[in-house]
Design a protein around this ligand. Structure first.
Ligand code: HEM
Length: 181
């Protein structure tokens, strides 16, 4: 997801600028406290938007324990169901202009992911939700905060940005030039 964060921020300088301004209020990026990491609401939104638009895993499976009917379809016990993460994240019934990278869809005023349950499932959902979610999110936040406060970067030309693999990543791995600023 950090790969996609670099790409989306490079493509959306206005988002990069806002995320960077938020970091400037912290005097020493190398000694941030847990409490300070909780004071980055805009970075939280940016990371949620990366999770939505660029989920690492596109789908998952669930075993059917008890038969049920859904929209007229009978689903027997014992079947494996596929739940679509990437597809759900781009449903226009949930997310306005779903193809747009728009972190403010998670602002307190909009909260687009709260209209229906399981609208944002980049880490799965329910009782088998990813147990590393909080750890992974904190790790990403630490790296993102460091990148924002200390580096500028540009995406190199002549590379494929087509996506492939699990976790989902650009075909050429995303070649980026970082510089201290
Ligand atoms: C960006 C990082 C990560 C992403 C996107 C991610 C995503 C996911 C997803 C989609 C699932 C499937 C949940 C489901 O079936 O509903 C899952 C399960 C799981 N994840 Fe992660 N994960 C990440 C990081 C981690 C880390 C860092 C750990 C461990 C420290 C971890 C441990 C697990 C485990 C053990 C499960 C299986 C949970 C179960 O079946 O009860 N994950 N993860």
């Amino acid at each position: 997801m950090l790969t996609w964060l670099c790409l989306e921020l490079a493509r959306h300088p206005e988002v990069l600028q806002r995320a960077r301004e938020e970091q400037l209020k912290f005097a020493n990026i190398n000694s941030l406290t847990l409490e300070q990491f909780g004071q980055m609401p805009y970075l939280d939104r940016v990371l949620l938007e990366v999770e939505r638009l660029r989920p690492s895993v596109g789908a998952g499976f669930r075993g059917v324990v008890k038969e049920f009917e859904f929209k007229g379809c009978y689903v027997p016990a014992g079947w494996q169901l596929y739940y679509a993460i990437a597809f759900t994240h781009r449903l226009p019934e949930i997310y306005s202009q779903p193809e747009r990278f728009d972190p403010d869809r998670f602002s307190p005023q909009r909260q687009e992911h709260k209209q229906y349950p399981f609208s944002l499932v980049g880490f799965g959902g329910g009782s088998r939700v990813c147990i590393g979610r909080a750890f992974a999110k904190m790790e990403m936040k630490i790296v993102a905060a460091h990148l924002l406060s200390s580096y500028d970067w540009e995406i190199l030309l002549n590379q494929s940005l087509d996506t492939m693999g699990i976790p989902n990543r650009p075909k050429d791995g995303l070649q980026v030039r970082f510089k201290l600023w």
